[in-house]
Structures are given as C-alpha cells and as structure tokens.
Ligand binder design. Sequence first.
Ligand SMILES: [Zn+2]
Length: 262
Amino acid sequence: MLLTNGKRIMKVIAITFTIIGAMLLTFFCNDEANAVKAIQTKDILPIDESDENRKVAYLTFDDGPSKNTIPILNILDQYKVKATFFVMANSAPEAKVGYKEMIKRGHAIALHTYTHDYREIYVSKDAFFQNIERLEKFLKDNYSIESNILRFPGGSKNVSSKIYGGPTIMTQITSQCETRGYRYFDWNVDSKDGISPTVSVQTITSNVLNGAKGKEKVIILLHDINLMKNTVTALPTIIEGLKSQGFAFDVIDDKTEEMQFK
Ligand SMILES: [Zn+2]
C-alpha cells in the first residue's frame, strides 16, 4: 500500500513538472515571438497609404541649410523620422554638407526662393518666379536636386508682401503656380520658432503639440536657421509627443494633397 502510494506520488510529481515545463516553454516562446513583433513594429513605423484614417505629421523646416542642419538630421535619424526641407540657396561650407546629407539620409527637399528677400521676391510675379528658377538652377547644377514643390516665404497669405508688390501680389503669384507647374504648401501648425531665437524650447514644443491635438493631418512649420537653436533642442520632445498622439511621419511629395491657406 505504501509502495503504491509512493509510486502514485512520484507519478503526480512527474506529471506536475511536465505541465509546468510545458507552460514555461509556451510562455517564453510566445514572449519571444511578441518581442520580435514589437521590435519590427517599432522600427518600421509603416505608413499605410490606403488607410485614409491614418494620422500623419509632416515636419517641415524652412530657410535651411544652416549650422543646425546636421544636428536636426541626427535627431531625425535617431527617431527614424523623415522630414521636408524648404531650402534657400546657401554656399556656406556647412550648407554644402547640409544639402548632401538631406539627400543621403532620405529627406525631401523643396523650394523656398533663392534669396528670401521680400523686397526682391515680392516686387512682382515675374520677380518671384525668376527667383525660384534661380534656386532651381542652383540646386540642380550643384546637387542634382529637382523639385516643383514650394513654400512661400511668410506663407501664401502674408501681409508684408503687399508693401513691395501691392495688395494683390500674392494672388497674382499663387494663381500662376499651377500653369507654371508648381504646387505650394502652407501649414496648419506653427511652432512660432521663427519669430525670434528667444522663443523658448517649452513654447515651441507646446505650440506644436497643442496645435496638433485633434487633427488627423498636420503640416508643422519649423525653421532651420543658425540662430534658432531652440528648435533643435525642442525636436526630440516634439517627435515623442506626436508619436504618443498616434501620428506617423511622412514627407511632402507629388502624392501629398496640398494644404493651402484659404
Ligand atoms: Zn522662410
């Protein structure tokens, strides 16, 4: 009887160990599979073009390249995020590296006029398009960059242009864009980093994150200017905040629907 009981106990222990072993094996295998899945999801950040409900953020940097371009690109790389740079003509050594690195690291480059000087570009519609064509030649000859996407200095409804080109100057220019083959983009979230270098990191960050709340598609105005170092400092928090609001990131290209001030 004792022997039988002993055998029975041994059998129960053996079965218990087998069950625990099987459970542990299942647990770890699933965990490993989940971990692999999590890493893939985190790294790829897929953008499903067919999903019309996706939340998309377009980070756009105006006025570069500058001494901040490489720090900005390094942060974007760190988060595996691509951005759009509306550039000017700049022959400074850091700018030469800037254009090349923007291309090499897979960002979009678009047009923001050659000189950005309102007194020159907004005198007439012809003056504006000559300035843009000059920038296009500069980018093509030096860096083989071509784009028909543009952003107006000050945006398509800026008031300062009227001082130089009269009350209808922006309408004259914008109405010519389509026939000349250009597509222009304004923005719906302004970081206000371009106002002054003293705009704080905190203000830039909250302007972007509060501005993006409740929106499905955001085109965010930021600047790539030597003096605007707070933009660089704010960038990681901006990206993390947008991610936690559920945004994926994309660049402005031929497929992007225009966003223009009404
Ligand atoms: Zn600008």
